[in-house]
Design a protein around this ligand. Structure first.
Ligand SMILES: *Cc1c(COP(=O)(O)O)cnc(C)c1O
Length: 500
């Protein structure tokens, strides 16, 4: 008999959503679902909290403080236990630089600036300088000098915040200048989840247009999705799932023709792709030198090699950036303003970001990009030679692969068993490795491909093994009832915050 999820996968999604809503209104079914969620999450719980029973767990403040030495010793032990996988290159993305000397340097910079808060610009003008220069250097790298308009921006806490801020700026500009009440964003299906998050937070409509067979944005289909409420298009350089650079010159021309914005999400590629062309890779223009590009995001905490917690959002012109700001003149707490979502902000992270950029320099970024791109191409060619696997599209340094013959999530599980932490993807089922400087270390790429070959052989020999992530992805990919899967994911978040 076919499984319930297999049956559900044949149901029309629109009908499935109706059924789902109806099911949620039936208390008996609602309780059934809750019990199922509880069972799944209880099973995950132990793996989310491996230190339970081993380390002291605090559910209230300790009556008297613990010794600093003891805390430092415990944290050193945990750091040592946890760093092996990313340091030795078993992890997709996550840590983009990771050399010990670089980390030590950033830590020293953090220590020098740990009290700084750019909200108090009068107390820490040094942080103001660092942030202005982070924005200027990033803008220059992304074509500001070749742009017909000034390119401006702000430092944010990460790619998601950069994207949320830009989407809200487009919404508020359209509301103020065009009277649009419910703004629409048109994005390729491959655009980052942060665009969905922006649409949910700020009550906008996000239209996701399927990518073409090359996994790049389908410009004609995006053009067809533009309506009178559309405020901006989105393109990625490259996309998170498949590492594909969208046709930005065509999207920029379309945006200009329609008189709307184009956000180029270079969160991932902002510090790699600018150097790719000079290194011989065929990459079309993708930045502010195209007049239709009106905003960009670039993550300094990825390939900018800063510590986690910074990104840059850029705009064509001051007027659009001002829609991002917040200012209030009649608050009893005084005249107040802030550039981003946060009030107080960690100035030390901006100092560390500035120090990472200035100590690496253009030459350093180019050399790093050369190693990452070469390793990406090597891995891609090797994966292409593995029968049963296919590489999706024409990637630069994020290599996504699926299989026409095997359950790719079983391959993912077999790689996990070999110590790897890769990203599972769906629509279509696939797995990716995001290549970082960690993978440019001698022998790492070879080990990845050797392990991948062994994992494929293992799955071929035993295709019906049980457990792991394969059934979870199988369910999520085949289930038209997204709401149920989203419910389950939110319960996983609950579980992260559990204490015994
Ligand atoms: C990482 C990433 C983001 C989101 O960045 P966070 O720093 O995780 O918030 C957005 N877009 C792309 C393409 C990314 O790779």
């Amino acid at each position: 008999m076919p499984s319930l999820t297999a049956l559900l996968s044949r149901v029309d999604p629109a009908i499935a959503r109706k059924v789902e809503r109806a099911m949620r209104r039936v208390p008996f079914l609602r309780r059934q679902m809750e019990r199922q969620y509880d069972a799944i999450v209880d099973e995950l719980d132990a793996s989310l909290h491996p230190y339970r029973g081993r380390l002291a767990e605090y559910t209230q403040l300790p009556a008297t403080g613990r010794s600093r030495d003891e805390i430092l010793a415990e944290m050193t032990m945990l750091r040592d236990e946890e760093q092996g996988r990313w340091r030795d290159g078993f992890v997709s993305g996550a840590v983009y630089h990771g050399d010990a000397a670089h980390i030590d340097f950033l830590n020293q910079v953090y220590a020098l600036n740990s009290q700084s808060n750019p909200l108090h610009f009068d107390l820490w003008p040094s942080t103001v300088k660092y942030e202005a220069e982070i924005v200027a250097m990033t803008a220059h790298m992304l074509g500001a000098g070749l742009s017909s308009d000034p390119v401006v921006g702000t430092v944010t806490s990460g790619g998601t915040e950069s994207i949320l801020l830009a989407m809200r700026a487009y919404r508020d500009r359209a509301s103020a200048e065009r009277g649009i009440e419910r703004a629409r964003i048109v994005a390729p299906s491959s655009a980052h989840a942060a665009f969905d998050k922006a649409a949910q937070y700020f009550a906008m409509d996000l239209v996701r247009v399927p990518v073409g067979p090359d996994y790049a944005a389908d410009v004609d289909a995006m053009a067809a999705a533009i309506d009178k409420n559309t405020v901006a298009l989105v393109g990625s350089t490259p996309s998170f799932p498949h590492g594909i650079v969208d046709p930005i010159p065509e999207l920029a021309a379309l945006a200009q023709e329609e008189g709307i914005g184009l956000h180029v999400d270079a969160c991932l590629g902002g510090f790699v792709v600018p150097f790719a062309r000079g290194l011989g890779y065929a990459v079309p223009d993708f930045d502010f030198r195209l007049p239709g590009v009106t905003s960009m995001s670039a993550d300094t905490h990825k390939y900018g090699y800063a510590a986690k917690g910074t990104s840059v959002v850029l705009y064509r012109g001051d007027a659009l950036r001002r829609y991002q700001y917040y200012a209030v003149a009649d608050w009893p707490g005084g005249l107040y303003f802030s550039p981003t979502f946060a009030g107080s902000r960690p100035g030390a992270l901006s100092a560390a970001c500035w120090a990472a950029m200035v100590s690496t320099g253009e030459e350093g970024y180019r050399t790093a990009a050369a190693g990452i791109l070469a390793t990406g191409q090597l891995i891609r060619r090797w994966v292409e030679q593995i029968p049963d696997l296919v590489v999706l599209g024409d990637p630069l340094f994020v290599v996504a692969f699926g299989s026409p013959t095997l359950d790719i999530y079983r391959v993912l599980d077999a790689m996990t068993a070999r110590g790897w932490s890769l990203n599972g993807l769906h629509h279509p089922p696939a797995v990716h490795l995001c290549v970082t400087l960690r993978h440019t270390q001698p022998g790492v790429a070879q080990r990845f491909v050797d392990d991948l070959r062994a994992a494929v052989a293992e799955v071929k020999a035993n295709p019906s093994a049980k457990g792991g992530m394969a059934p979870v992805y199988g369910m999520a990919a085949s289930m038209p009832m997204h709401g149920l899967v989203e419910d389950l994911l939110k319960r996983v978040v609950d579980a992260l915050y559990r204490v015994a």
